[in-house]
Design a protein around this ligand. Structure first.
Ligand code: ADP
Length: 335
């Protein structure tokens, strides 16, 4: 293991693409997070196992989660490295899904902004105060939607191109969540947003703007995939895991079927149901949420049910408390 170059490890560790290093006996000495999440396994458990427990012996492709991956092998003095990439024809499909999602997501709000601005310009004299107010509110909401999409797209490109720079500091989770609830209340006026905070909860050690982005994505989803007037409840408390704060975002919406749980964190993935058909989204929110939480040293869990009348979801995130020593802070920044 020590023989693996530190730089090489740093580079591949955060790659989305699965990478594996094996020794002469085909024993796995290293697997990056891309590999472990693809095979839904823990990176520590995988070490020492045989390569062919995971990959077929005589093939240069493998099918996992409906995708065909090409296996490319690199050899060096000590180990063989296996790199899995999605086969070309599927890359084209992913690319075209990306283009259609993004163009739909851009075009819809832009068309509506232009339409309402046109109406106001052309019929300004004939509109009463309430109508002007209504049209301006729509323009503002649609602009917010565009800003959220652009922020999510920028985050994804950052995730892919480089390890984004996070600035860690001590943050009061409740006050950030209150700001997020205030922003979303305008967008979802019929949904109550309730924040329940235990009496003493320590600050968390996070990048504040990224934490806000995480909470916007989770709380926005909770309202978006709920029925009208459905409450969004956020609970902030000490976690059972020592030195972590737990934040739960709960809704009583449509819920997620067990077979779709594994897919919701994949990028550009939206689960078909009557609310996703009615609502807009790029399928990027949870992908970004998971990535950011893990970079901040945290974890995310989901529980959900589609069974009426108790349907709904709970997204729980655990984030490290700020009383971490400086050493831990440095370790997080180096990740
Ligand atoms: P988007 O909301 O833009 O579609 P996300 O990555 O945030 O993308 O979520 C991926 C999918 O997960 C959504 O399309 C939806 O089907 C499902 N999902 C996310 N949050 C919830 C929730 N709170 N309740 C039900 N389904 C959800």
């Amino acid at each position: 293991m020590e023989k693996i170059e530190v730089n090489f490890k740093k580079i591949v560790e955060k790659l989305d693409s699965p990478v594996l290093a094996v020794d002469d006996d085909n024993k796995i000495v290293y697997a990056n997070t891309g590999f472990c999440s693809l095979f839904n396994t823990n990176c520590e458990l995988i070490t020492g196992k045989n390569l062919y427990d995971f990959l077929p012996e005589d093939k240069d492709t493998v099918v996992i989660k409906n995708y065909t991956y090409k296996i490319t092998k690199y050899d060096d003095e000590y180990y063989s490295y296996y790199y899995l990439s999605v086969a070309d024809s599927q890359m084209e499909k992913i690319y075209s899904d990306f283009i259609s999602t993004v163009s739909h997501e851009l075009r819809t709000p832009l068309t509506s902004i232009r339409g309402f601005a046109d109406t106001m310009l052309m019929s300004y004299d004939k509109l009463d105060k309430a109508q002007i107010q209504k049209f301006l509110t729509i323009i503002k909401e649609q602009s917010n939607r565009l800003i959220k999409l652009v922020e999510n797209l920028l985050s994804v490109s950052k995730i892919q191109v480089q390890h984004s720079n996070l600035v860690f500091k001590s943050v009061n989770a409740k006050s950030v969540i209150e700001q997020v609830a205030y922003i979303l209340k305008n967008q979802y006026p019929t949904h109550p947003f309730e924040i329940q905070c235990a009496s003493y909860v320590p600050n968390i050690l996070v990048d504040e703007s990224k934490f806000q982005q995480i909470m916007i994505n989770l709380m926005d989803n909770a309202a978006k995939y709920s029925y009208e007037k459905g409450a969004v409840i956020v609970e902030i408390a000490d976690s059972q895991k020592e030195n972590f704060v737990s934040i739960k975002v709960k809704d009583h919406g449509v819920g997620i079927e067990p077979e779709n749980m594994g897919r919701i964190f994949e990028k550009f993935t939206r689960i078909e149901n009557h609310l996703t058909r009615k609502t807009q989204g790029s399928g990027l929110g949870l992908y970004i949420v998971k990535d950011l939480i893990e970079k901040m040293g945290g974890q995310i869990f989901v529980e959900s049910s589609t069974e009426l009348p108790k349907s709904g979801s709970v997204f729980e995130i655990l984030l490290p408390v700020a009383s971490y020593t400086n050493q831990s802070k440095k370790r997080l920044e180096d990740r």
